[in-house]
Every structure is written in structure tokens, then in C-alpha cells.
Design a protein around this ligand. Structure first.
Ligand code: HEM
Length: 186
């Protein structure tokens, strides 16, 4: 993410975290439309994290139960099917910034939230992740709760972050150190 985006991300997120909906804040920045914008932005951030994190890159393996024809290809019964979600989540023509972390991938020109069809970290179809609803709710609640309580600070002596994932059935980040500072109550 470039510096300009990091700054915007920080400002919008910080505003939302300091003055959440219902906090009664009357500051002009905390008007309802502004807060709605922040909520939209935080949703865009969570979706972009999921897109880039690409948690289950090859989904769950499937198998054809009968001879199948797909886009001109014949797939015999009993063929193992491996979905490439990594490819979909950075598919050319689907994302404004497919190779960078940028919440704008989920915002239109008016700043409204949009979810491109290619956003499928939970896969798609009849066998789509059964826990999608629960996972999405948890992601939102945990992220907002943690960010409201703590500041997450990259330690000065930690060097550049290494974003190379640890490969397995799921992709996980390499272990890293993070300084957590309790936010002062507003
Ligand atoms: C961010 C979190 C999660 C991600 C990215 C994720 C992703 C996935 C993916 C890609 C699949 C394979 C779908 C397919 O076969 O095409 C799957 C299946 C599944 N997931 Fe999740 N999942 C998440 C959280 C959860 C949670 C919290 C639960 C349960 C509480 C859950 C329960 C399941 C189940 C039961 C299936 C198998 C569905 C089936 O085969 O019919 N998942 N998940």
C-alpha cells in the first residue's frame, strides 16, 4: 500500500474507532454520513485483507460424480477438481489494483462498497463454506474490537515485514512481533 493510502486508511479507521456509531459524538467529522463512510471503508478493508490473505488458496478438493462438459472441456467422472482461488482473487480485469493491498478494490467512484464477483475466499456454489456468515461476523467484530482497544505498532527494531506466506492447506503469515498499546479511553 502506498503512503497516501496508508494515511487515508489510518485517518478513516481512527475516526471510526474513536467515535463509533452511537457514541453521541457531535463533532462535524462524526456526522452520520461520515460514520457510514467509515463503516463502508472498514468493510472494504476487511474484504481486501481476505482477498490478499487468500487463506484457503486451493479451496477443498472435489471430484466429478458424472461425466461433465465445462466450457468445451470434457471432464470424466471421478476426476479430482482443484480450485485455484489464488488466481481468482487476483484475476486480471476483476480488480482495480490486483497486485497491491488497496481497499479501493471494494469501493466504486462514489466511495460506495462493491463486491466484485471474483471475491470468493469462501469458494462458491453448493459446497461454499458453511461458516461464511459466522466467519464474516467474527472478522468484523474482532477487528473492530481489537483496533478500538489497542494500537498495533510495528517495533522499530523489527525491520521490514516479510509478507512471504507459510504454505499449507491454509496460508498463514510468518511469525512476527507486534507491540500492542492500550488506547487511552476517549
Ligand atoms: C475466514 C474464514 C474461513 C474461510 C476463508 C473459509 C473458507 C472455506 C473454503 C474455501 C471452503 C471450501 C468450499 C468448497 O468446497 O468449495 C470451506 C468449506 C467449509 N467451511 Fe469454511 N472458511 C472459513 C471459516 C469457517 C468457519 C468459521 C466454519 C464453521 C463454523 C467453516 C465451516 C466450513 C465447512 C463445514 C465447510 C465444508 C462445506 C461443504 O463441503 O459443504 N468455515 N471453507
Amino acid at each position: 500500500m502506498c503512503r497516501c493510502h496508508t494515511g487515508k486508511f489510518y485517518l478513516l479507521l481512527n475516526l471510526f474507532l474513536r467515535c463509533p456509531p452511537g457514541s453521541g459524538c457531535t463533532h462535524t467529522f462524526c456526522s452520520k454520513p461520515k460514520l457510514e463512510k467509515c463503516l463502508v471503508f472498514i468493510q472494504a478493508v476487511i474484504h481486501e485483507i481476505q482477498r490478499v490473505a487468500n487463506t484457503v488458496p486451493l479451496s477443498v478438493f472435489h471430484c466429478t460424480t458424472k461425466d461433465t462438459e465445462l466450457m468445451g472441456y470434457s471432464i470424466p467422472k471421478g476426476t479430482m477438481i482443484i480450485e485455484n482461488l489464488t488466481s481468482v482473487l487476483s484475476e486480471e480485469g476483476q480488480w482495480k489494483f490486483r497486485h497491491e493491498f488497496n481497499p479501493e478494490n471494494f469501493l466504486d467512484d462514489k466511495g460506495e462498497f462493491v463486491k466484485p464477483e471474483a471475491f470468493m475466499p469462501f469458494s462458491a456454489g453448493p459446497r461454499v463454506c458453511l461458516g461464511e456468515g459466522l466467519a464474516r461476523m467474527e472478522l468484523f467484530l474482532m477487528m473492530v474490537t481489537l483496533l478500538r482497544k489497542f494500537k498495533f505498532i510495528w517495533p522499530e527494531d523489527a525491520g521490514e515485514p516479510d509478507f512471504t506466506p507459510v504454505y499449507g492447506v491454509t496460508l498463514t503469515p510468518k511469525p512476527y512481533r507486534m507491540k500492542n498499546q492500550l488506547r487511552t479511553p476517549q
